[in-house]
Design a protein around this ligand. Structure first.
Ligand code: N7H
Length: 495
């Protein structure tokens, strides 16, 4: 997600051990490109020895702060080009901990037999997330890229300013794990590259909307901007106040976080055609403005990033760029109204703000921080002309949270896919599904929402799938100390 927009936080010294927390979690590794290297562990002993050599390369939150300062200085001085930077992080699935022979029971909820981390995303995708599936003799299999149907033990993240620097690092990493030799300790399952979009689209996702605006402020790390919402560190980091399993965590599970990865394809020409064909007729808007308004009402923000709760019928690019104002809204006083922002708009579904808080239900325990990056090329002229996707593109979605069940899974299953959320008592209209990520497998007629038409809140619009998940996994991003002292082995083994 948009990197350039993230304001540099003012860390509170000493509050969190920033040298112990992996760098992607609290602030995001700086990046123009990011590679996700999914791997399987071939030999636990060898892998844990190799991990001891790899661990010093893992970038901490403190090092990310230092990198971002260097980038900021470079920009301020008006120097040309980009500061060379590489950030490496790593995370493991439940199967990965099992493969290493490490007891990870304190990472799962003992009272939840279907804890998402324990069952893995492949199982969760059909059971709870609503991904499309293919029936088979062994049960329903998600309609995913076959690579993600295999057991995945871990993912290495390599973020950089350019492909060359990232690829050099991947070569070094492969040397450490002796990949491609007869003594390899890992084998690559899939390597996916994400890239920021070119030019002035660089902080925008493929549908054209500015992304990376709203993430919660983690108390003890950064100062809250107006409307941003602050969370206790344990909502994001395991082993801290706010982590629902804080008392059950093993000591090594402090300062880590669960990393949710989703390979999400976006049908951009089809999305654009839908907006054109269903342009809203409102006041004296031109058809083009009517399409823009429809898109803004589906997302809850204009492409510029300006929130429609503040500026409902006209974009405001100056407001969009102002971090003091672009999050300063909470759907206040609109619990029964979707005139300004539809109930099911993507950002209202995924952060309901006053919709819940006014009823005394805190949103804080549900919040996630989103990282990730776009992948795939720009729409080609042929795709534009035919309104049909011919090249794969979308979002490598990444979120961090201390509980997948409370965070990502809840967003997807209980909010985005639930036509009754947010629960209304008096209004006749049902909110419907999140028009972007809401899923109703096998029931295309149910992919609909109300509230898009400001003249008629009850009018429902039905839409095809614009976002198609093709894979993913649930990982745990351990602390740097856990990597070095619990997971890695320094004693040499016969290789
Ligand atoms: Fe979403 N998009 O381009 O439309 N997202 N999202 N998302 N999303 C947000 O506030 C998008 C996805 C959240 O606090 C913005 O940063 C796309 C998943 C949350 O106000 C835009 C995809 C999940 C927020 C998009 C996608 C979420 C959020 C506004 C997939 C969780 C913050 C910019 C391809 C299950 C809400 C911003 C808040 C914002 C888009 C996926 C969650 C523009 C294209 C899977 C929590």
């Amino acid at each position: 997600m948009a990197d350039a927009q993230i304001p540099i936080p003012a860390p509170t010294p000493g509050a969190l051990d920033l040298k112990n927390i992996q760098g992607d979690i609290l602030q995001g590794l700086p990046k123009k490109t990011e590679y996700y290297y999914f791997f399987r562990i071939l030999n636990a002993e060898r892998f844990r020895v190799d991990l001891a050599k790899f661990a010093p390369h893992v970038k901490s939150a403190q090092e990310v702060i230092d990198d971002r300062k260097r980038i900021e200085d470079h920009k301020k001085k008006g120097k040309p080009g980009l500061v060379p930077v590489v950030g490496i992080n790593v995370a493991f699935s439940h199967l990965g901990f099992q493969a290493m022979g490490v007891d990870d029971s304190s990472l799962s909820d003992a009272n939840n037999a279907r804890d998402p981390f324990k069952i893995g995303q492949r199982e969760d995708a059909v059971e709870n997330l609503g991904d499309n599936f293919v029936p088979s003799a062994d049960g329903n299999v998600p309609d995913w890229d076959p690579a993600f149907l295999q057991p995945i033990h871990g993912v290495i993240l390599v973020a950089a300013d350019c492909h060359e620097n990232a690829e050099k690092s991947i070569e070094k990493i492969e040397e450490i794990f002796r990949a491609d030799t007869h003594r390899a300790s890992i084998s690559q399952i899939k390597l996916i590259r994400g890239d920021a979009r070119p030019g002035k689209e660089s902080a925008h996702e493929h549908f054209g909307f500015l992304d990376g605006i709203s993430n919660p402020a983690v108390i003890g790390f950064e100062k809250e901007l107006p409307g941003q919402g602050a969370v206790r560190p344990g909502v994001i980091l395991t082993g801290h106040e706010g982590d629902p399993l804080v008392t059950a965590r093993a000591p090594w599970a402090t300062d880590g976080s669960f990393l949710v990865f989703r390979h999400l394809f976006q049908e951009v020409p089809e999305f654009n055609k839908y907006l054109k064909d269903n342009a809203l007729k409102f006041k004296n808007l031109t058809p083009e403005q009517g399409s823009e308004l429809l898109g803004a009402r589906m997302v809850g923000r204009w492409k510029s990033g300006a929130p429609i709760d503040i500026t409902p019928f006209k974009d405001d690019p100056v407001l969009a760029k102002d971090p003091q104002r672009n999050n300063f809204f909470k759907f206040e006083g609109e619990v029964e109204s979707q005139f300004k922002c539809p109930f099911a708009a993507h950002i209202r579904k995924t952060n309901p703000r006053d919709d819940l808080e006014s009823a005394g239900i805190p949103v804080e325990p549900r919040r996630i921080v989103r990282r990730g990056i776009q992948f795939g090329p720009e729409v080609t002229p042929a795709e534009k002309a035919s309104n049909t996707t011919q090249k794969g593109r979308g979002l490598l979605f990444v979120s961090y949270q201390s509980s997948i069940a409370n965070g990502f899974q809840f967003h997807q299953q209980s909010w985005a896919n639930n036509p009754d959320f947010q629960f209304r008592e008096t209004q006749p209209e049902r909110p419907g599904l999140d028009p972007l990520i809401g899923q109703a497998p096998g029931r295309p007629q149910d992919r609909k929402m109300s509230g898009l038409d400001p003249n008629n809140a009850q009018r429902e619009l039905t839409f095809p799938d614009f976002i198609i998940p093709r894979g993913g996994e649930y990982f745990y991003s351990p602390s740097i100390k856990a990597l070095k002292e619990t997971l890695a082995k320094t004693t040499s083994v016969k290789a």
